[in-house]
Design a protein around this ligand. Structure first.
Ligand SMILES: *Cc1c(COP(=O)(O)O)cnc(C)c1O
Length: 399
């Protein structure tokens, strides 16, 4: 590490609470690459953790932000703004759910809104409030979304957590049935579990949850915070399963790097929230909304849903090649460009080795290396990244 990186990281460590442990200081980004403060360039296959779905510094997004910022950056929700109104219209259109949208500023907040809406609906429909969520799921770090996140490592030390959640096993319909009781109002799941290990729901499971929710008059809530905005080859991952949720949330990639979350409902739940029953000062911020409109436009204009599937297949094939070659690599899983490489051992070892070659990746769960590259990744950039992985694996494991 050279001077500037060390200097900033020392200051960082002395002044920021140690919730994160960064080793790189980013100065700029372009497309799939980021440059650190010492000029080192990396291929970023973390995508800012599923945020940069169209890469860094997209011209359309930058221009949309600049134009709106010069007009006004905020006006409160006492007044309407054009970008957020158009964005809601677009989200309703691309979801095909025929409902309405509530805007928040993050994934956790969008999920918090979904939980509140489900409870409000449940209060008027049999006094029900309990939500079934899944082990290895991830829904955020606010107290309610943390309670929804059935993972001991992030809940530890924060008792008492809000009540009203029951946990089931992912891809196990019987365990969902067992978790349902007279108080249950909803089932909430990630169609592809991200943080928990890049595990897609099976077709059978998604359809089974939908049928179960219909049968028991429960709401099906999809958390699309990581899997949404084209990441798996459809706008939202649930669209790849031929089922419709009652509610879904998105955030990470929605506004091209600006903080924004959205809760989208079907028609049945469009007017459950009423005036003053929920709110957010910055929700529907016009600059974030303008950026989001540009992101969606770029995905449409550049056919990135199709491209995501094609590039996803190429990356999957390359990763499968590594699985075939190395005994310590067990499996490739995921959907589209949300892919995981399952490792027999600590995935951190691989993430560090890839970084050493100039490729940034993430871990997920206990034994998965996660890849979230931009949907518009050029084939030559993919090839470069595969070469970096190949070199890293050779160094690590070839005798
Ligand atoms: C990242 C994530 C969240 C939390 O989003 P924040 O913006 O960090 O609050 C919620 N759900 C899923 C599936 C996520 O991946």
């Amino acid at each position: 590490m050279s001077n500037k990186t060390n200097e900033i990281l020392e200051l960082y460590k002395s002044k920021l609470m140690p919730t994160y442990a960064p080793s790189v200081v980013i100065a700029s980004g372009k497309g799939v690459t980021v440059r650190d403060v010492d000029g080192m360039v990396y291929y970023d296959f973390t995508g800012g953790i599923g945020v940069q779905n169209i890469g860094y510094g997209n011209k359309k997004v930058v221009e949309a932000i600049q134009t709106q910022a010069a007009l006004f950056t905020h006006c409160s929700n006492l007044y309407a703004n054009v970008p957020a109104t158009l964005l809601a219209t677009k989200l309703v259109e691309i979801s095909g759910l025929g409902g309405k949208v509530f805007f928040a500023n993050s994934g956790a907040e969008a999920n918090e809104a979904a939980i509140k809406l489900a409870r409000k609906w449940g209060a008027a429909n049999g006094g029900r409030y309990e939500i079934v969520t899944f082990r290895k799921g991830f829904h955020g770090r606010t107290l309610a979304t943390l309670a929804a996140t059935a993972q001991a490592w992030c809940q530890e030390g924060y008792d008492p957590l809000p009540a009203g959640f029951a946990y089931a096993d992912f891809n196990d319909l019987d365990s969902v049935k067992a978790a349902i009781n007279g108080n249950t109002v909803a089932v909430m799941l990630e169609p592809v579990q991200g943080e928990g290990g890049v595990t897609p729901a099976t077709d059978e499971f998604m359809k089974g949850v939908r049928a179960l929710c219909d049968e028991k008059n429960l709401l099906m809530i999809c958390d699309e915070v990581q899997s949404g905005i084209g990441r798996t080859g459809t706008w939202f991952a649930w669209q790849g399963y031929g089922v419709k949720p009652d509610l879904f949330t998105c955030a990470k990639a929605l506004a091209g790097g600006l903080p924004m979350g959205a809760l989208v409902s079907g028609a049945k739940l469009a007017d459950v929230f009423t005036v003053s029953s929920h709110a957010s000062t910055f929700g529907g911020n016009p600059v974030a909304a303008a950026a989001a409109n540009a992101v969606i436009e770029v995905i449409e204009e550049e056919n990135l849903l199709e491209k995501c599937v094609e590039t996803g297949n190429l990356l999957r094939e390359a990763l499968q090649g590594f699985v075939d070659k190395y005994d310590k690599l067990l499996e490739v899983r995921g959907k589209g460009l949300m892919l995981g490489l399952v490792v027999d051992g600590d995935p951190k070892e691989l993430v560090d080795a890839f970084k050493g070659q100039g490729l940034l990746t993430l871990t997920a769960g206990e034994n998965v290396v996660r890849f979230l590259p931009p949907l518009n990744l050029a084939e030559s950039d993919l090839e470069d990244a595969v070469d970096m992985m190949s070199d890293a694996l050779d160094c690590l494991w070839s005798e």
